[in-house]
Design a protein around this ligand. Structure first.
Ligand code: NAD
Length: 520
């Protein structure tokens, strides 16, 4: 009997012993883990290539974090075929045994928690707090899905009583899955998608984002180290548009589990829909995409709490979250009063290389492409609104990709900086006439992922419940920080297929139901 699931608690970095333990993990990772070459893993075997690809520290881009092979379409073919060969045996491993792999991986990650978080501080520039939350979420996904698999696999008890027949309803695996995560939750998202695929009896090919292969490799290693059979979890590196694209198109791929941008999600959806020669099924595409999330504040709200909620939603991990509150919609009656509070709180956020200590709040953005894209939006924002804070990259001797919190005021609701996902530390403040207008603006983008409302009015909170069209709505709190098993996560419209990761229905997406009736 498993203990009931509850989310992993976060590390309290105000305590000296926790700071010391994290600093020690960072030193250990710097000495023993980074700066090395790692292979791809296909059919249980290490595979290398002549050309390599590296991940670097975005705080100091000259610092190489890891080098990996530059995989191509032929590696994708080999990995998918290995996964297809491993599928029949793995699909018949009892669910309780498959769940044990997840629970053991979760236990091992918990034991080495700071090591995983330290890798993310270096490879993607997360603050200690954000990295710790990412690792906690990875542990939660593995634990939660182990519990859920045991709950759903044999659902015969859900059927009606029908005495002439003996009935069963079981959720069986689909086949080979292509797992394609983003770099922004580089431990939690690969861990969650991998754990869900494996525990339901599928075999997988995991290809992490180019920016964050090391943390994904270390997560996958937890499974290989337990003697997961060869071919069950294959690991590829290389360009998404080559390796990932082939994984999606391969006729033996049965499903795709993708989290990333709208543009790539749409492309995968199209390719997955096309039946390839020799393909015997319609591929299932589980696609979680971007957001342009809003925090709405009305005149009945606690303004101090709302200002803090706006800042936390906008700037956590430099705004590089699909759930980031990149729009604050403020009703006219309090606009002039709350804006200085928001600007003041954002201006106080400390910025720097996050390995310097727990007090660094804002690290770098992920890479030079991101920096250029974000800065082009900043330039646009100066035409579309009024620059209130930031707006200039922060020059550092090591050339890190630092952009301080940047805020634009009086941005029209239909401005591009108010409609398009920027995915960086840029916040658009939008003035609304009243609550009705604010709600209308909130629903005016093509996305529908998260949203928050700060209001003291019961009637308005109830209206937001009904009318604010997002997959994850938060009332009187920030719009980031969904917890596994607590806030099932996924969005509407162009935010994706609303898979509700970390929710009770998620594993069903990785399965098909088999109904058997035997006449007695
Ligand atoms: P991205 O779309 O650029 O890349 C995501 C993954 O897709 C990477 O592994 C990449 O290598 C791969 N890829 C790229 N081109 C491909 C192709 N043609 N075929 C197959 N795979 C391909 O996204 P990103 O920059 O890594 O992540 C940021 C985006 O992810 C943002 O838009 C963010 O909102 C979104 N995101 C969404 C959620 C969610 O739950 N909805 C969570 C996190 C991030």
């Amino acid at each position: 009997m498993l203990r009931p699931y509850s989310p992993e608690s976060l590390t309290d970095f105000s305590r000296e012993e926790n700071r010391a333990a994290f600093a020690a993990a960072l030193a250990r990772v710097k000495a023993e883990v980074i700066g090395r070459a790692y292979p791809m893993i296909i059919d249980g075997q290490p595979v290398t290539t002549a050309a390599g690809t590296v991940s670097v520290n975005p705080s100091r881009p000259a610092e190489q974090i890891a080098s990996f092979p530059e995989g191509d379409a032929s590696h994708a073919d080999r990995a998918i075929e290995a996964a297809a060969r491993a599928f029949p045996a793995w699909s018949r491993v009892p669910v309780a045994d498959r769940a044990r792999y997840l629970l053991r991986a979760a236990a091992e990650m918990r034991r080495r928690k700071h090591e995983f978080s330290a890798i993310m501080v270096l490879e993607v520039g997360k603050s200690w707090y954000e990295a710790d939350a990412d690792t906690a979420e990875a542990i939660d996904f593995m634990t939660f899905y182990a519990h859920q698999a045991l709950r759903i696999t044999d659902s015969s008890g859900m059927l009606a009583v029908y005495p002439p027949e003996q009935l069963s309803l079981t959720y069986i695996p689909l086949g080979v899955g292509a797992v394609i995560p983003p770099w922004n939750f580089p431990n939690a998202i690969p861990a969650g998608m991998t754990a869900a695929g494996l525990v339901t009896g599928n075999t997988l090919v995991l290809k992490p984002a180019e920016q964050s292969p090391l943390i994904a490799y270390k997560m996958a290693e937890l499974f290989w180290d337990q003697g997961l059979p060869a071919g069950v979890l294959n690991f590829l590196t290389g360009p998404g548009e080559i390796v990932g694209a082939r994984m999606v198109a391969h006729p033996q791929t049965r499903f795709i589990s993708f989290t990333g941008s709208k543009a790539v999600g749409i492309q995968i959806n199209e390719v997955a829909a096309k039946v390839q020669p020799g393909q015997k099924w319609l591929k299932r595409a589980i696609l979680e995409m971007g957001g342009k999330d809003a925090v709405l504040v009305d005149e009945t709200a606690d303004l101090a709490a709302a200002a803090q909620g706006v800042v936390d939603s906008a700037f956590g991990f430099q705004g590089q979250k699909c759930s980031a509150g990149s729009r604050a919609i403020l009703v006219d009656a309090i606009y002039d009063q709350i804006v200085p509070q928001i600007v003041e709180r954002a201006a106080a956020l400390s910025i720097g290389a996050p390995d310097a200590g727990a007090d660094v709040h804002q690290g770098p953005v992920i890479d030079i492409e991101a920096m250029n894209r974000i800065m082009s939006y900043v330039e646009l924002g100066t035409q579309e609104g009024k620059l209130l804070l930031g707006g200039e990259p922060l020059a550092t001797p090591e050339g890190g990709y630092f952009i301080p919190p940047t805020i634009f005021g009086d941005v029209p609701p239909d401005a591009r900086v108010a409609q398009e996902e920027i995915f960086g530390p840029v916040l658009a403040l939008i003035r609304a006439r009243d609550f009705d207008h604010a709600l209308e603006i909130a629903n005016s983008t093509e996305y529908g992922l998260t949203g928050a409302v700060f209001s003291g009015s019961r009637e308005r909170l109830e209206r937001a419940r009904a009318e604010f069209h997002v997959g994850n709505l938060y009332l009187n709190r920030k719009c980031t920080g969904a917890l596994v098993g607590v806030h099932p996560f996924g969005g509407f419209n162009m935010s994706g297929t609303d898979s509700k990761a970390g929710g009770p229905d998620y594993l069903l997406l990785f399965t098909q139901a088999k109904s058997v009736a035997e006449r007695l």
